[in-house]
Design a protein around this ligand. Structure first.
Ligand SMILES: [Zn+2]
Length: 285
């Protein structure tokens, strides 16, 4: 990488990026957090936010390596991160078995675009490869598992949004929101509610799935709505609808539980647009 590129890359990390570059800039911060975590300097969430915890972690790395501790991940600091500090996203096409800063940035971009792939770890393994191919198909690209210029251009566009308005499936407290959580990405919105609380359909639609999921969702209902949208209701204790049945908004579809991978009773509510998880944060009363 030439000096000019290194300098502009460092500047992008240090400055507030313009809106069009916001996704790429937060992906670089996420890659920095992944590298700092691996070195034991950062214990926070891989959230792509250049906040005080990330600057403090950069300063402790800098002090350890005898670099002036300014908290900014410039070229020397990134060199000190070894192979996790390079190469820059976009400097090479990425495919399975690649590792490094750019892979961590890619994982973050895939997740924020609705295709999370397990832990952010800077290694392009089977999960990231599958997420990459699903994103490529979603974006109308050839699903070849090679993240080159066309894939990165598609990832630099804003994340997909819901095309429909949904109502809250429960009136209870909101727990974890859609977004980074630790080293992974939480693709839905959690409602913390007692076991047995009735769950209502977020919008009118027809039941696409109503079964016990073999993955982490447990007892799951999926409703298909118009305009490419599906809504997902997971960890239920009871399912009250059948596949193929059509329901009105607010109709009772099941009860809160903790089936599947859940630490306690709650509803995991997820929205997908043509398969990409979108932020349900705007659900109304
Ligand atoms: Zn959840």
């Amino acid at each position: 990488m030439g000096r000019a590129l290194v300098a502009s890359f460092a500047a992008a990390l240090a400055l507030t990026a313009p809106a069009t570059a916001a996704a790429a800039s937060s992906a670089d911060v996420a890659a920095l957090q992944v590298a700092l975590r691996a070195g034991g300097f950062y214990a926070g969430s891989v959230d792509g936010v250049a906040g005080p915890a990330t600057s403090a972690a950069v300063r402790s790395l800098q002090r350890r390596r005898g670099i002036p501790a300014d908290g900014i991940a410039g070229p020397r600091t990134r060199r000190a991160l070894g192979r996790r500090g390079r190469p820059r996203l976009g400097s090479r096409p990425l495919s399975v078995a690649d590792r490094g800063w750019d892979v961590a940035a890619l994982q973050f971009l895939l997740a924020t675009h609705g295709f999370p792939s397990g832990a952010f770890d800077g290694g392009l393994g089977a999960h990231t490869d599958a997420a990459l191919r699903r994103f490529q198909a979603w974006a109308g690209l050839s699903a070849d598992g090679v993240a080159g210029a066309a894939t990165l251009a598609a990832l630099r566009r804003g994340p997909p949004r819901s095309t429909l308005r949904f109502r809250r499936p429960l009136g209870d407290l909101v727990g974890d929101r859609f977004g980074p959580r630790g080293t992974t990405f939480h693709a839905g919105l959690d409602f913390v509610a007692p076991r047995g609380r009735p769950v209502g359909a977020g919008a009118s639609g027809c039941v696409e799935a109503a079964h016990r999921d073999s993955g982490g969702y447990g007892k799951l209902v999926v409703l298909r709505h118009g305009r490419g949208m599906t809504s997902w209701y997971a960890h239920l204790s009871r399912i009250s609808v059948r596949r193929g049945q059509c329901v009105a908004a607010g109709a009772h579809i099941g009860r809160v539980g903790s089936s599947g991978r859940a630490t306690g009773p709650h509803l995991h509510f997820e929205l997908r647009r043509r398969g990409a998880a979108v932020d349900p944060g705007g659900v109304t009363g």
